[in-house]
Design a protein around this ligand. Structure first.
Ligand code: UDP
Ligand code: MG
Length: 328
């Protein structure tokens, strides 16, 4: 690979971190090995860790000035932590990677190569997933397929957030401030030339997943509701279909009255009431989910709150402010 061409290019590695003290040193060494010959910065976003992650990163910073750390004021969630990293990165390209070594750093040079070929987004497709429960694999698989059906945006199947994005994409994302974030959906929505490369998703090096079933459901709902109006449409369609069925029923009961067969049937009445009642409840629930999200958006709170930023040189920080002004 011709590394000379890249001499003046900076690669930003963005790592969201929630309690990953065991994983960080191993990850760091692997990233470093795979970035030999490139200018790089590794930005760790400490998303409210309660273990020693922060100290581990700070120790690393003493040895390597390319390591930077942003401490958030509390846990804001994986997707927001990534967004914070994107906001603060200075690279010509950024690579988002999980801290638990499930996304192998060995794929990084391949991503950079694709970027050099002119692609703006290089996403990593999970060819196989190792060491994850059947439940996780199954729900993930259903989720990705459901997303494909429901959303207008073409989100590639079986891809996580492990991907490279070019400066163009970084600049767009810095300006996309929506609160409900589903990063991989947003990155697909941005457009430009995108390409996938396959990899095998390893099991977690150490520690536990931060996405138990409940968080996964929330994540899936965020993904679907922020990228699709289809559930609302289904509600309208259900309304039209029930009205049609009820019209037929009305005609039928009038007919029975006219011919004198008016024996009241409680079963049909109960069924209709229950049926309508449940459809209405579901509909109100779905509308409520959207309304709740609108509510979150209109509050316009900051996406995240930073406790401290370490390792970014002052001049760089000033640069960042200027850039923000330019974009708005
Ligand atoms: N993470 C985070 N904040 C959270 C949850 C997770 O920064 O609230 C980080 C976590 O440290 C890891 C990445 O996001 O680097 C992915 O999380 P995890 O491995 O738990 O997800 P999974 O791979 O099980 O889907
Ligand atoms: Mg993981």
């Amino acid at each position: 690979m011709e590394k000379n061409k890249l001499e003046n290019k900076l690669i930003s590695i963005i790592v969201p971190v929630l309690n990953e003290e065991q994983n960080i040193p191993v990850l760091y060494n692997k990233i470093k090995d795979n970035l030999k010959g490139y200018y790089y910065e590794i930005i760790f976003i400490n998303d409210g860790s309660s273990d020693q992650s922060k100290d581990v990163i700070e120790n690393m910073m003493k040895k390597n000035e390319n390591v930077k750390l942003i401490n958030l004021s509390r846990n804001f969630g994986h997707q927001i932590a990534i967004s914070c990293g994107i906001d603060y990165c200075m690279g010509d390209a950024a690579i988002i990677i999980d801290a638990d070594l499930q996304d192998p750093p060995e794929v990084i040079p391949k991503m950079i190569q694709k970027w050099q070929e002119g692609f703006d987004v290089v996403y990593a497709v999970r060819k196989a997933r190792e060491g994850e429960s059947i439940l996780k694999k199954l729900t993930a698989s259903i989720f990705y397929r459901l997303m494909k059906i429901l959303s207008g945006t073409k989100i590639p199947l079986d891809t996580g957030d492990f991907r490279l994005i070019s400066k163009k994409v970084i600049l767009v994302l810095k300006r996309t401030r929506e609160y409900q974030r589903f990063m991989r959906g947003l990155i697909s929505w941005v457009g430009f030339s995108q390409v996938g490369i396959e990899f095998t998703r390893d099991k977690r090096f150490s520690g536990k997943t931060k996405y138990p079933l409940f968080s996964m459901i929330k994540f899936a709902l965020d993904g679907i509701l922020s990228f699709s109006l289809m559930p609302l449409r289904i509600v309208s369609i259900m309304g039209i279909v029930t009205v049609a069925i009820l019209l037929l029923l009305i005609i039928y009961s009038l007919y029975r009255t006219i011919i004198g067969q008016t024996v009241p049937g409680w079963a049909s009445t109960t069924v209709i009431i229950l049926f309508l009642g449940s459809i209405q409840l579901i509909s109100v629930g779905i509308i409520g989910e959207y309304l709740g999200r609108v509510y979150e958006e209109v509050k316009r709170r900051p996406l995240y709150i930073i406790d401290s930023v370490i390792g970014f040189k002052t001049s760089r920080k000033n640069n960042k402010t200027e850039e923000f002004e330019k974009w708005d």
